[in-house]
Design a protein around this ligand. Sequence first.
Ligand SMILES: Nc1ncnc2c1ncn2[C@@H]1O[C@H](COP(=O)(O)OP(=O)(O)OP(=O)(O)O)[C@@H](O)[C@H]1O
Length: 323
Amino acid sequence: MTDNQPQPVANNSGKWQSGSDVFATWRDDVLTGQPPTLYRVGEGELSQIEIGPKLVTLFGGAPGAGKTAFTMQCVVDGLRLNPELRWCVCNIEMPPSVLLDRQLARLSGIDAESIRYRRLDGNHADRLDQALNTLEAIADRLCFVRPPFDLANIAAACDAFGADVLTLDYIQRITPPGQHGDRRGSVDATMNYLRQFADAGVAVVVVAAVSRQKDKQGRSSYAGDSLSLASFRESSELEFGADDAFILAPDANDAETVHMKHLKARHTQPRDVLLRFDRQRQSFTPTTATPPAKPDGKLQAALANLWNQTEAAPDDDNSGGEQ
Ligand SMILES: Nc1ncnc2c1ncn2[C@@H]1O[C@H](COP(=O)(O)OP(=O)(O)OP(=O)(O)O)[C@@H](O)[C@H]1O
């Protein structure tokens, strides 16, 4: 050894980890370790959504855009696709019975209004039975948090139930511990705590209301092309704390088409997904179809109309749900 060679620096403080220690464990993990656990929550392009331990997945959208419908679809299909999974739902706006009504509509193919008003008869019996059986089969792995909707109570519910996944709908209405001055401070704090829940090994799915943004005409709007990461900026922590952030933006020209914009992807390439939202059955289906452009003239409008009628034909019998 020559005098010029650097001497190893003693690490007595415990405040840093040497690169060579990190390298050794990291190399073993690359060569023989497991890929990250991800829970599949849907078919086709929906299977690309990353929900899993240590991840916070954020869904935003304007009021009525379908955030609750979409995330509850992920809950039910996630439980169906992952037989060991346990999922805890904290919904501040709707009671469990209403959330289940809507999933019953989706799974049975019976419109949500008939289910809401209990206008059910013998014609619905088979579809109803099948969908009820589907929901019954997952019911013991699903729980709904009871009020109060504060983080301490939510954490206690998750621990007691042994939840692998937590869905919070929606974050702006959840109270974090302590005093935080304004709403922004409170949402920042909640997101910080949720990040810690995720780091402890729970998959966290967060629903967030978004703020209006200026559209191309300078008007304050929820229009799809004006919604962006900035829409979450009531709290910058929402955007920074999430691993993935999506916004559900209904198409301006076609109410059934919803653009799921993948605005942030911490670990992958962002991939937008085009969805068809059947509101009557509260059901989202990925579609590869290009959303129809707004027709410019009368002839184009007539053609578009004809085209829509042709496309609608196969579903017209409303014969089935998503068993
Ligand atoms: N029976 C029904 N028939 C048709 N549409 C319905 C029916 N019930 C609800 N809807 C529509 O489905 C959508 C439900 O959306 P959802 O509650 O998931 O939206 P959201 O983004 O969570 O809204 P919010 O922010 O207001 O909670 C709304 O647009 C609502 O108008």
